[in-house]
Design a protein around this ligand. Structure first.
Ligand code: AQP
Length: 333
């Protein structure tokens, strides 16, 4: 069976190692499989659920597209586009918000985390964010959605929306029920400053994350300053319990070299963190520095990036306009 892949990344700046190891690395693998049809979207409509500076947003849209390409997604094989260029996403989001139930959205933990204590002041868009995400996926009949662990709940909501629409309009299998593709290990990379907090673009401390645009010296400095504890590296996974920073760094190392956590524990057991950090810096620089260099090179060619996004948007428009037309007919418009 041909796998139809859809996933998105918000152009909110500072794409980081968590985005790479949790999602984009997997996008590249899927792109490289000749049997897959992949669509990777710069989800700029999602980005404006929190306040964005217009000039920065424009730059970040190009930078996210550049990051996709620099990481290894081939725009000749996969569709790369930005969401705001394709009207069906906003139309679909409205229609699916009428299918979705308030009780379902009230359970979304990401809204609670992002809105924080002052929920009343959060945008309505931030609340209904997962409905727009459902539209993104359902418009393309995606069979598989590669995401980090933090998006699992949103994907379950998408499946519920599709099921309810199909049931309500007695259209079995009209909306394809997508499967999540979440890596078993390292699907949630944590902050370098706090092993209990997700590595995130919006963390005010730049030292909390390794950005995909960081150069060699920045990577070295951030790993040097990354929080650890006073104990040496243990012999077993079990002994990493209650040592979130140590577990996170060992996990990052393993994921960067495509191994599992036991492999990095075995390699560094009983050693101290300074020795481990030297090796971690080496592999992180080896992986990230070429990506960072390529992003900078691509950003110097705005015309090329704009053409990729335009071409991708035309292709996305062709697919999604057919689906939204069918959806409207089913509803009775
Ligand atoms: N720390 C992470 N570990 C693993 N995967 C992650 N992802 C994000 N952070 C981690 C995955 O990256 C993809 C794109 O995410 P996004 O940028 O669209 O939104 P996000 O999840 O809200 O990312 P951030 O960094 O936390 O952004 P801000 O701070 O702007 O809210 C998704 O597949 C996500 O799972």
């Amino acid at each position: 069976m041909i796998k139809k892949i859809f996933s998105g990344v918000q152009p909110t700046g500072n794409l980081h190692l968590g985005n790479y190891l949790g999602a984009i690395k997997n996008f590249v693998k899927l792109n490289n499989n000749k049997d897959n049809e992949c669509i990777f979207c710069v989800v700029d409509l999602h980005a404006i659920t929190t306040k964005q500076d217009p000039k920065e947003l424009k730059r970040n849209i190009r930078e996210t597209a550049a990051t996709f390409i620099a990481c290894g997604i081939d725009p000749k094989k996969s569709i790369i586009f930005n969401q705001s260029m394709v009207p069906a996403h906003a139309e679909g989001a409205w229609i699916f918000s009428c299918v979705s139930r308030i009780g379902w959205l009230n359970r979304m933990t990401q809204f609670k985390e992002k809105a924080g204590k002052d929920k009343e002041k959060a945008s309505v868009g931030l609340y209904s964010y997962p409905v727009l995400m459902a539209a993104d996926i359902l418009l393309y009949d995606a069979t598989h959605v590669p995401v980090g662990e933090d998006q699992k709940q949103h994907l379950e909501l998408c499946r519920d929306i599709a099921q309810k629409f199909n049931n309500e309009f007695i259209k079995d299998n009209f909306l394809r029920i997508p499967e999540p593709l979440i890596q078993k290990e390292f699907s949630r990379i944590m902050s370098l400053k706090d092993g209990k907090k997700k590595m995130s673009k919006s963390d005010p401390s730049d030292l909390s994350r390794i950005n995909l645009s960081d150069d060699k010296d920045q990577i070295l400095n951030k790993i040097k300053k990354a929080k650890t504890d006073t104990l040496p590296i243990p012999n077993s996974h079990q002994d990493l319990k209650n040592r979130p920073e140590a577990e996170n760094l060992l996990g990052i190392y393993a994921s960067l070299i495509d191994k599992d956590l036991n492999y990095s524990i075995d390699e560094f057991k009983n050693k101290n963190f300074s020795e481990f950090k030297d090796k971690l810096s080496e592999v992180a620089i080896e992986k990230i520095a070429p990506i960072s260099k390529e992003i900078k090179k691509l950003l110097n060619d705005e015309k090329y990036l704009d053409e990729i996004l335009k071409d991708g948007s035309n292709k996305a428009q062709e697919i999604s306009s057919k689906k939204i037309k069918e959806i409207k007919e089913i509803i009775g418009f």
